[in-house]
Design a protein around this ligand. Structure first.
Ligand code: NAD
Length: 303
């Protein structure tokens, strides 16, 4: 399988390419970026790093070279700036994402798209509309919200990260929902105290603001690479792993014409099945509100 990375010179593009390349399950990784020399530097550097660990090739590419890619990661973006909400990137990133989709449409076969560019849920829907491809092939990267839920739970309860299972759903942003009631530990129901839930909620809700307050111009490239690579691997190996992805919904669970994060089973054609667990009344109410807000935002965008 071949992976194309658009925004491959950037933090997410390069860290995800590095991690996937080091694991060795891809035939080739092709980096596309308007920063041609930086992308070429990554290619020279990664190519050497891979030699001892993996047979994956890495190359610099233009859109015309992406025709044989099975997976395309979009992580192209305007330079990161301090914001209070990822929606603030919408207007500027719209100028990048739409032309990228037009290039993909003109040059690529119907590959699985993984989009990380923020605001992810909105762009996931727009990418689907502009490409006009099977919606199951368009995956929005929201998996780090689920990862952070597990991480915060481990930090606060002292439990082992690897035995914690569960999902965060909804918007990749302030309106996300940690599904505490459905969490498990070592396969059995995980019962969290109200104090633990509040502490986990605080940590996960405040993470973005705390990170942004550092005003570093850098995104969460390491964590995101771990979670983007998980998604790339699920597609490349057709594993069927359940991963939280922003997914275009057309009637599933009563949600129509909108994209937000839910667990889905992921394989070589993208989404195999939608895996939203049964929700409590409160969770369902919150998700309905998120869906309405997303649709209102989408209705205001001209694309
Ligand atoms: N979904 C998530 O959980 C998540 C997590 C972290 C970051 N992000 C988002 O991912 C995006 C990328 O973040 P990053 O830290 O890698 O940013 P970055 O600035 O390091 O990288 C972006 C890259 O895109 C390139 N680029 C810009 N316009 C382009 C174009 N038209 N064609 C090709 N390349 C182009 C830039 O040259 C740059 O190398 C941002 O929108 C960020 O907010 C999402």
């Amino acid at each position: 399988m071949k992976l194309g990375v658009i925004g491959g010179a950037g933090l997410l593009g390069s860290t995800s390419a590095y991690l996937a390349g080091m694991k060795g399950y891809l035939g080739e990784i092709k980096l596309v970026d308007i920063k041609e020399n930086l992308a070429k530097c990554h290619v020279m550097d990664m190519g050497q790093a891979f030699a001892a660990f993996s047979k994956t090739k890495v190359s610099y590419a233009e859109y015309k070279d992406l025709g044989d890619c099975d997976i395309i990661l979009i992580s192209a973006s305007i330079p990161e700036r301090k914001v209070s909400d990822r929606m603030e990137y919408l207007r500027d990133n719209m100028k990048i994402v739409k032309p990228i989709c037009e290039q993909i449409k003109a040059n690529c076969k119907e590959a699985v798209i993984i989009n990380a560019t923020n605001p992810v849920d909105i762009f996931n829907y727009i990418i689907w509309k502009v490409l006009g491809w099977d919606r199951k092939k368009i995956l929005g990267f929201n998996g780090n919200d689920t990862y952070r839920l597990k991480w915060a739970t481990a930090e606060i309860t002292g439990k082992e990260f690897g035995k914690i299972d569960g999902f965060c759903i909804g918007e990749h942003g302030a309106n996300k929902i940690n599904l505490y009631d459905q969490m498990t530990y070592d396969g059995k129901a995980l019962v969290l105290s109200d104090a633990d839930k509040k502490a986990i909620e605080d940590v996960t809700a405040n993470f973005f603001a705390e990170f942004q307050a550092l005003d570093s111009g850098r995104t969460s490239g390491w964590t995101s690479a771990v979670n983007i690579e998980e998604l790339i691997e699920a597609v490349a190996t057709n594993s069927g792993k359940k991963i939280e992805c922003s997914s275009v919904l057309l009637g599933e669970y009563g949600y129509e014409d909108v994209s937000f994060g839910i667990p889905v089973s992921v394989g070589k054609e993208g989404i195999i099945s939608y895996e939203l667990p049964e929700l409590t009344t409160e969770q369902k109410y919150k998700l309905n509100e998120i869906s309405k807000t997303m649709q209102e935002t989408l209705n205001k965008i001209d694309f």
